[in-house]
Design a protein around this ligand. Structure first.
Ligand code: ADP
Ligand code: MG
Length: 861
């Protein structure tokens, strides 16, 4: 094997799980299996290279300057990449160029802005399970955000899954026992799009890992914290250091939290409420975030998303946010001015990270300067405001004049992309730079003067000074003038009619001129790096200001949204009441703007009115109404105003929404099993302080099974063990009989008006059970031919003629107690079929009618 190939394999063997980008001149090359994978995934040509063996090594490559895009696409597809660089200048290397892996790129440890979504965080999660407790850490190294929590006494897999779903990490690192948690492993595999890494045991070694955390963050931030959480953080630190291969001192803040600080929601609930993306299309448009996001900066956009993903449960904290939103919402002019000021603000959080990693260039420093330049004006605008959260922003905003001046004095307005080719520093910044530049700029002039002098000295009027790459500056004379050439001219080249010479003096000049270029580049680079380190030294202040800018942007966004959409400030308290007047669905109202969104009231408490049973035809607006109530609660708890004319929200600890299987198209597994799993998880996790939405559960199975399950779930939810505020939409009209027999249950329906064959949806929630499901009318509205709907009516009439039939007029049936109900469910179908058989007159049946009847019986069964 060639020496180079041996070197390649030495490196590759250390990184077997990574695609190795091996630097060769201006390219990164991949070999063998890596080459085959990359050429197939990225559609690159597969070539070959001599490797000393019989067969050529399969090879493919990408130019080094555009490598980032290719790396990004590989990461997107779930691969991990190791970058192997040339560690010395190939021109100067004696033997084989030294090469080393300088960075590992994995989905959870990206800092390259081009590979990141600017409007969302990119989390690495670590999960440590010691057999009884779980420690979790979430780190976004591009913004230096590290948080951690622990589940000790009440560790449940559901709780762990809930947290993972909240952060939605790109990459998860687990210890071996954690990977063996069956539900967690299944959830990560099936429902989260994260890449999974089972770490070598030394990552999670208890003492070492906890020690790393204590060392990194200091005793003030770690003392008394749950050990499992410290271990999870320590594993993350090691993984980050191993991938970045740089000092990570810039990670300074560790946010410990308890899940009870936030409104807890599981993955199904988050998806169903379409918080940050729609269920089907997975688009932002149509989500709550889409309505609320009027931010001006990517820092603000990320923070708003975090707030939506983590609504609060502490009334005082919620109130503090509301006050800030309220003050800005009341002040249109100020909002306009603030928005204008925020317009040039760039992603300071990620820029400062690049500074800390030493990857920031001249443009990045200029971007930092451009951003902090707005701070003084912002501060004076904020100085008149009263809300506590806004004055905190004012305090946290450092005007950073020193940093601005340092950058502005040094860096040109439009610096070049690369930092090693000079042209980055302003004139007048450094005397040596100025002098070298003078020499270079005047080099031409200098040569011209020398040329003139030599002409005069020699009397050769056609004498010229030229330059080529082979022997630098030379004096050229016509051959005819050869005898006029003075002593000291050394002949270098003879052409057909010219001679070329050099002189000592010329070579001295040359050294100065050409050396100046190299010297200048090196000096500029050193000065730039020094400046970058000086900026890094202020990174704590800069980061604090960046976070303050993000908060300001979020408050501004919520205020804009409140003002533009006529939202109202909800009263949030610790009562058990949800009382909304004229509530609207924040997203749906945007889509019916040309018609009219019908507002609706909602009242629930944990006493007599805790389970609202909602009936009404399909398309009436049941799902919309329930979701809007859940969203209003969530918006209130994140500190936003809400779409209503008034609202009082008693803080909710957990929010659940469960949609009947056939409605849950998004998950792609619309199985009854999944629906029941989710229901089971609600039943075991909901408390009296939770808010639950059940949207037509029980659909995924046969009518009687479904109805029985729906009723049992409703009873249990309203019952002593949970007693949570619940909205329960059902197409089983039989369930309306629970009102009056099951404590806390009350009926509502969405009004619809039937006129002849037509049905008009009034979209208004009214008390009492629905009197008709209008299924056939809706079918007609939808364009099902009259022949069919007429026939359907006949069938309906026949069915309704039967005794004991739990058809759609079941509201007239007596509310049976459970025992009886189960009995009648079990026997009803058989009875119905028996009865139908008895009534059938075989002598008058046509074959097609017979077939239809059999079909119908089969369906009943
Ligand atoms: P259901 O769950 O009862 O079948 P949906 O809640 O899905 O009905 O509502 C069906 C459609 O009716 C929605 O997509 C929306 O366009 C419209 N809609 C629902 N509620 C309202 C309302 N309050 N005002 C106006 N349009 C509404
Ligand atoms: Mg619905």
């Amino acid at each position: 094997m060639t020496p180079m190939m041996q070197q390649y394999f030495d490196v590759k063997n250390q990184y077997p799980d990574f695609i190795l980008f091996y630097r060769l001149g201006d390219f990164y090359e991949m070999f063998f299996e890596d080459a085959q994978i990359v050429s197939a995934e990225l559609d690159l040509t597969l070539t070959g290279r001599d490797c000393g063996e019989d067969q050529r090594a399969p090879m493919c490559g990408v130019p080094y300057h555009s490598a980032e895009t290719y790396i990004g696409r590989l990461i997107e597809k779930g691969y991990k990449v190791a970058i192997c660089e040339q560690m010395e200048d190939p021109k100067l290397a004696k033997d084989l160029v030294k090469r080393e892996v300088i960075r590992i790129i994995t989905p959870g440890t990206l800092i390259e802005t081009d590979l990141l979504n600017e409007k969302s965080n990119n989390y690495l999660a670590t999960l440590y399970y010691d057999g009884s407790s779980v420690g979790l850490c979430f780190a976004d190294i591009s913004t230096a955000y590290v948080s951690a929590t622990a589940f000790r006494d009440r560790m449940t897999e559901d709780a762990v899954i809930g947290e993972l779903s909240t952060y939605n990490p790109r990459e998860i690192l687990l210890n071996v026992p954690a990977k063996a948690l069956p539900k967690v492993a299944e959830h990560i595999r099936d429902r989260l799009g994260a890449s999974l890494t089972e770490a070598a045991s030394d990552f999670f070694d208890q003492d070492a890992a906890a020690g790393r955390t204590e060392e990194q963050f200091g005793p003030e931030q770690t003392a008394g914290r749950p050990r499992v959480a410290l271990v999870a953080v320590g594993a993350a630190l090691k993984y980050i250091r191993d991938t970045q291969m740089k000092d990570i001192a810039y990670l300074r803040e560790l946010h410990f939290y308890e899940t009870s600080q936030f409104l807890e929601m599981d993955l199904a609930t988050r998806r169903n409420l379409e918080l940050t993306e729609t269920m089907l299309a997975k688009e932002k448009r149509g989500s709550l975030l889409w309505v609320l996001d009027k931010t001006n900066t990517s820092m603000g956009a990320r923070l708003l998303r975090q707030w939506i993903e983590h609504p609060l449960t502490n009334v005082a904290q919620i109130f503090k946010r509301q006050q800030a939103v309220a003050e800005l919402a009341d002040n249109f002019m100020l909002r306009e001015e603030l928005r204008e000021k925020l317009a040039p603000v760039l992603d300071l959080e990620r820029l400062i990270t690049k500074v800390s990693y030493g990857t920031a260039g001249g443009r990045d420093l200029r971007a930092i300067a451009q951003t902090i330049a707005v701070i003084p004006d912002l501060k004076s605008m904020l100085s008149t405001l009263a809300a506590g959260a806004l004055s905190e922003i004012l305090t946290d905003l450092d005007d950073l004049a020193d940093v601005y001046d340092a950058i502005d004095r040094a860096i040109v307005e439009n610096p070049p992309f690369v930092i090693r080719d000079g042209g980055i520093l302003k004139d007048g910044y450094h005397a040596d730079v100025d002098e070298l530049r003078y020499i270079m700029a005047n080099g031409k002039e200098w040569i011209k003067t020398a040329e003139q002098r030599e002409r005069e000295k020699t009397g050769i009027s056609k004498l010229k000074i030229g330059y080529n790459r082979v022997f630098g500056y030379y004096i050229e004379t016509p051959r005819s003038a050869a005898d006029q050439v003075p002593e000291g001219y050394v002949r270098k080249q003879t052409l057909s009619d010219k001679e070329r010479y050099i002189t000592d003096e010329l070579k001295d000049m040359e050294a100065t001129i050409l050396g100046a270029d190299d010297k200048l580049k090196a000096l500029e680079y050193d000065l730039f790096v020094a400046l970058r380190s000086a900026v890094d030294a202020e990174s704590v202040r800069i980061r604090q200001s960046a976070q303050a800018l993000a908060r300001l942007d979020v408050f501004l966004s919520l205020a804009d949204c409140a003002a533009q959409n006529s939202y109202v400030c909800p009263t949030v308290d610790t009562s058990d009441v949800v009382d909304i007047k004229n509530g609207r669905h924040p997203v749906v109202e945007k889509f019916v703007e040309d018609s009219y969104f019908v507002p609706n009231d909602a009242y629930l408490d944990t006493g007599e009115r805790r389970l609202m049973l909602i009936t009404g035809p399909n398309m009436a607006g049941k799902s919309t109404y329930m979701r809007q109530t859940a969203l209003i609660i969530l918006m209130a708890q994140l500190g936003s105003f809400v779409p209503a004319t008034s609202a009082r929200i008693g803080v909710v600890d957990r929010l659940f929404t469960r949609v009947g299987a056939s409605d849950d198209l998004a998950s792609g597994q619309s199985t009854f099993m999944l629906e029941m799993k989710e229901v089971a998880s609600i039943l075991s996790n909901a408390t009296k302080n939770s808010f639950i939405v059940y949207d037509e559960i029980g659909r995924g199975t046969s009518t009687y099974d479904g109805m029985s399950i729906a009723r049992a779930v409703a009873e249990y939810t309203a019952g002593r063990k949970i007693g949570a505020k619940t909205m329960f939409a059902t197409h089983y009209h039989e369930l309306t009989g629970m009102e009056g027999t099951v404590p806390g249950v009350f009926n509502c329906n969405v009004a619809a008006k039937k006129r002849g064959e037509d049905v008009t949806f009034l979209r208004k929630i009214v008390p009492g059970p629905a009197d008709d499901s209008y299924g056939i009318e809706v079918a007609r509205l939808a364009g099902v031919p009259g022949e069919i709907t007429r026939r359907a009516k006949e069938v309906l009439a026949e069915l309704e003629g039967k005794e004991g039939n739990p058809g759609r007029r079941a509201k007239t049936a007596e509310p049976a107690d459970e025992g009886q109900m189960n009995l009648s469910f079990a026997d009803a179908a058989a009875d119905e079929i028996k009865e139908a058989l008895r009534k059938t007159d075989i002598n008058t049946l046509t074959p097609i009618e017979a077939l239809n009847l059999i079909y119908e019986w089969k369906r009943m069964l």
